[in-house]
Write a protein that binds this ligand. Structure first.
Ligand SMILES: [Zn+2]
Ligand SMILES: [Zn+2]
Length: 180
């Protein structure tokens, strides 16, 4: 069973014209798929600060939260966990006709807005993906798996010969080793 997305209604009576409001809410973070692996948030719900300010015909919305993501390490395939702090802002215009909005350069907010309701969960997941490191690893110096026998080198050396330097391969073609 997946949780329903956490949403925010820009037509909420709590939002009065010309005001800036700050809300605190529990935000559900759906799993992220990276390199074919699922990464889950622990916990799946995080306390989130949402500030909403009316600007002209729309709303500038900023959300900020801390979260913890867990899944496999790309080097050793053991568990990797990382903490992420997210602050993301988007300008939402609930009254903007879709056709007109499509021409806008800053169309990111369109993905998350429907009938004045912001899909906070979808937006938050994308915002996390943007600030993730290029590789998910369990620790900076994770040695990963041996390329020959597959042993997790975090547990110690496996005894395989270090791989030969492929830069010598060309030379060997020119000067094949003399064997007896
Ligand atoms: Zn690792
Ligand atoms: Zn090995």
């Amino acid at each position: 069973m997946s949780e329903p997305a956490t949403t925010f209604d820009l037509y909420s009576p709590a939002l009065k014209k010309g005001t800036a409001r700050v809300f605190t809410l529990e935000l559900y973070l759906p799993p992220i798929s990276l390199a074919g692996q699922a990464y889950r948030f622990q916990p799946e719900k995080v306390r989130t600060r949402l500030s909403v300010t009316q600007v002209g015909q729309g709303y500038m919305v900023t959300m900020s939260f801390h979260c913890s993501l867990s899944g496999v390490c790309w080097r050793c395939l053991e568990k990797a966990e990382l903490e992420v702090a997210v602050e993301a802002s988007e300008f939402f215009q609930p009254e903007l006709p879709p056709i007109e909005a499509m021409g806008e350069e800053e169309e990111g907010s369109l993905w998350y807005l429907e009938d004045g309701i912001i899909n906070l969960s979808g937006w938050a997941r994308d915002a996390v993906a943007e600030v993730l490191p290029p590789k998910i690893i369990c620790r900076d110096d994770c040695p990963g798996l041996c390329s020959q026998c597959g042993t997790d080198l975090n547990a110690g050396a496996c005894g395989c010969e270090p791989p030969t330097d492929s830069r010598w391969d060309k030379l060997r073609e020119w000067w094949p080793p003399e064997d007896g």
